[in-house]
Design a protein around this ligand. Sequence first.
Ligand code: PAF
Length: 281
Amino acid sequence: MEIVSTVATMQQRVSDARAKGQKISFVPTMGYLHQGHLSLLEEGRKQGDLLVLSIFVNPTQFGQGEDFEEYPRDLDRDAELAETSGVDIIFAPMASEMYPKGYATYVDVEGITELLCGASRPGHFRGVTTVVSKLFNIVQPQVALFGNKDFQQLAVIRQMVFDLNMPIEIIGMPIFRENDGLAMSSRNVNLSDEQRQQALVLSRSLATAKRLASVGDIDCREIIATLKKSISAQPDARIDYLKICHQRTLEEQTRVDSDSVLLLAVFFGKTRLIDNGFLLG
Ligand code: PAF
């Protein structure tokens, strides 16, 4: 396995691989790998001949006062995990390599980026789509894998790939959970023990919503009201949003149907966690 930090070297590796007719699979991450990332790498290993993992805590997707500084980082630990997962190349550039002095170009997807995380984190998706397009141009993968935990991010990336005619297959992979139900996230290490315990209310909320929907309780306002009560009962919880939306348009629904997905973003102290799940089926 090789760790590459410059765009020029990465592009050279990619062009050598393509010249040999190799298929490139790509897992973009911000590092501090967990089991969820490893499941993307496992699938990526099956999908391509050359498996590239990027590790880059992208400054342009963090707003003022967000957790860019606190975001966990440990390249040595990530490299060990990547090696055992069969990664061929880690692309780990510095911010100055990705955004050199004078950098001026951004990619903006309209519409679905204005809702949910886009509403509470203005500019976030502009940063995501910009860095993902740059990474796609640098790595030139035929297939790229993302986790379903970032449900809206995946929808935004699919829209960008479609609109900009990028010849890349996007694969969404299931959410990976701890044994107690907490969705895996690099940010979980920033929770205190007490907050981590409280955060289990997220997966419990999903289970409650599914149960209510399955017994015919399909009024979204009622389901949301029930969930709000139990989440707000956690002393460190502050709800950012809690919505039942259509899986494709991400527009809020009034009644649950087979396209309904519950999307949650909740702060526990300073750490903002997201989770989601379909309510029927
Ligand atoms: O999901 C993430 O880790 C990031 O948003 C991504 C896609 C790597 C872009 O920085």
